[in-house]
Design a protein around this ligand. Structure first.
Ligand SMILES: [Zn+2]
Length: 549
């Protein structure tokens, strides 16, 4: 969420605290014998922050049906850090790891001067297409949309702009992106309205029409811990205006409108949608620790139970629409998440009764494209006292871009990071990999967590090893955040273990036992569609089991 979207509000009241069922292939062209198992369209559904843990805890029948009836990946995991929205949406549709993708995390060092003077530090989740497209082009790889726009139009829908522009790529004449503006005033109210790239006329509309949503809301979120990142409008939550619902329903309504309208010469070949509701609730209320009814002034709509139910229903609506139109067999559907959610039982952020104070926990430094975040949490203060932080981003890991990158000053900062609360290890970037420069605090980890750390920590940290990435990374244990009540970003299983499910497209219901990662989704899609890649990707192209094979 960008600075211009933020609402800093003091408040007086001190409130502390399916459907994957395979339809008869009526639409399969008769002239090609293999057509029934060769899809030519792709739908990607990203449920923001949907960890396997969340799917397991909450009732999500449509998601579970896809896992059962489609090709599930029980050993699948995200496979990179930063395990954050602004990174993964671009990993999914590029097949590139963060270290080759142009940015690795919420912080970015503009080493090559793509956006301004070389060396400038930026917050990537503030990027719109004007900033993200140059970075994508500079890194040189194509997106899935660049392949799919040869056979149709490609649409991306996301209430979160930086997720939309990552999923879509820089775009062409045949791509369309639908997201939200930061604010409009009309009819005496503040709203957000659709914006993006080539927004279809049936989605664009006058003041107050379907795809406008209201701003200036509070619900039950202006209290700890939700007010660290509260719901101030109906962008991520569904809201209380039946005619102008936001969040997941907004996005899915747009997807169904696209499916209905884009036929014949204007037919769609790709639809990528990101559903933001689960992420918002998980950040605000601590993921699977959401207190639900115990919340003062409880409004179900902002909480995880409702958010998971809503996201699940939208997955069902999309699958039903594909089935009803006879397109399910010719459409490869991917259901996944951009990261999971770590419940911050060990919380090292600071709290002030001002909305959005979480930003001061997330960021320290003076980035080129935002305000000076100069109120670091107490836990980070020793590192701030070195005077050498250019930018830091702290979530369920700590990531630091130093001003002075000389070996002595890097060593100084690393030594301080080792002493910060709950740090399990400190990692220093050395060219194309990270070197662990501290001991490992096994005493801070539990049994299965130790095993995960031993197997995956280095691999996951190394995916950020680029000169535009952080100089130092500190890993944190399970259930630990420095930012908001529920967060992501690190190597924890709760952050990394996400669903990666393939359905439709004539697939069988056999699971893939491989450790499929987000970066493997793009090459796997291309392989399944029979499209030869024009650029080497980091991901592995898996062959998905189809019916009859
Ligand atoms: Zn996300």
């Amino acid at each position: 969420m960008s600075r211009r979207d933020r609402t800093i509000t003091s408040f007086a009241a001190v409130a502390l605290v399916a459907a994957a069922g395979l339809s008869p292939s009526a639409a399969a062209p008769a002239e090609k014998p293999k057509a029934a198992t060769t899809p030519d369209k792709v739908v990607i559904i990203v449920v923001d922050a949907l960890s396997k843990e969340i799917v397991k805890k909450y009732d999500m029948p449509n998601v579970e049906a896809m896992m059962k009836d489609g090709v599930d990946t029980p050993n699948g995991y995200l496979g990179h850090t930063g395990s954050v929205t602004v990174v993964t949406h671009n990993v999914i549709t590029s097949g590139m790891l963060p270290k080759h993708m142009g940015w690795t995390n919420e912080g970015y060092r503009d080493v090559d001067g793509v956006l301004g003077a070389p060396g400038g530090l930026y917050i990537t989740s503030n990027f719109g297409s004007a900033e993200m497209a140059p970075l994508q082009k500079h890194a040189g790889y194509p997106h899935l949309s660049d392949y799919l726009d040869d056979t149709g139009k490609v649409f991306t829908v996301s209430p979160k702009g930086y997720a939309a522009y990552g999923l879509s790529g820089p775009g062409s004449d045949d791509t369309s992106v639908v997201t939200f503006t930061s604010g409009e005033i009309c009819d005496g109210k503040r709203w957000r309205k659709p914006t993006g790239i080539s927004v279809p006329s049936y989605i664009d509309g006058p003041c107050g029409s379907r795809y406008w949503v209201e701003r200036d809301k509070e619900y039950d979120t202006f209290q700890f811990p939700a007010s660290l990142y509260p719901a101030t409008d109906d962008r991520y939550v569904v809201g209380d205006v039946p005619s102008n619902q936001g969040g997941d329903i907004w996005a899915t309504d747009a997807v169904l409108d696209i499916m209905e309208n884009q036929t014949g010469e204007d037919a769609w070949s790709g639809i990528f949608v990101s559903l933001p509701g689960v992420d918002k609730a998980a950040h605000m209320w601590g993921g699977v620790n959401d207190p639900e009814e115990a919340t003062p002034g409880y409004n179900a709509m902002t909480h995880l139970e409702y958010a998971t139910e809503t996201a699940d229903a939208q997955v069902g609506r999309i699958m039903d629409a594909l089935e009803d139109s006879g397109e399910l067999d010719s459409t490869l559907v991917v259901l996944t998440a951009d990261h999971g959610s770590v419940a911050g039982e060990h919380f090292h952020g600071d709290y002030e009764p001002a909305a959005d104070y979480g930003y001061y926990n997330w960021y320290y430094g003076d980035p080129e494209n935002d305000v000076f975040y100069n109120q670091p949490q107490e836990a980070l203060q020793p590192l701030v006292d070195t005077g050498n932080i250019g930018l830091s981003y702290s979530d369920s890991s700590l990531n630091v871009w130093l001003k002075d990158q000389s070996p002595a000053r890097v060593a100084e900062a690393a030594a301080v990071m080792e002493t910060l609360p709950d740090v399990t290890a400190v990692w220093r970037r050395d060219g194309d990999h990270f070197t662990r420069v501290s001991g490992i605090r096994w005493d801070l980890m539990h049994g299965a967590e130790k095993l995960w750390f031993a197997r995956k920590a280095r691999e996951l940290v190394d995916t950020q090893a680029a000169d535009y990435g952080p100089d130092l990374v500190a890993t944190l244990p399970d259930d630990t955040t420095y930012s908001v009540a529920g967060d992501h970003g690190g190597i924890q299983r709760a952050s990394q273990q996400i669903p990666i499910v393939f359905a439709g497209g004539g697939l069988s219901h056999k699971d893939l036992r491989a450790e499929v990662r987000a970066v493997d989704i793009m090459p796997t899609i291309l392989r399944q569609l029979g499209i030869p890649p024009t650029y080497p990707m980091d991901g592995v192209a898996y062959r998905l089991p189809t019916r009859g094979r």
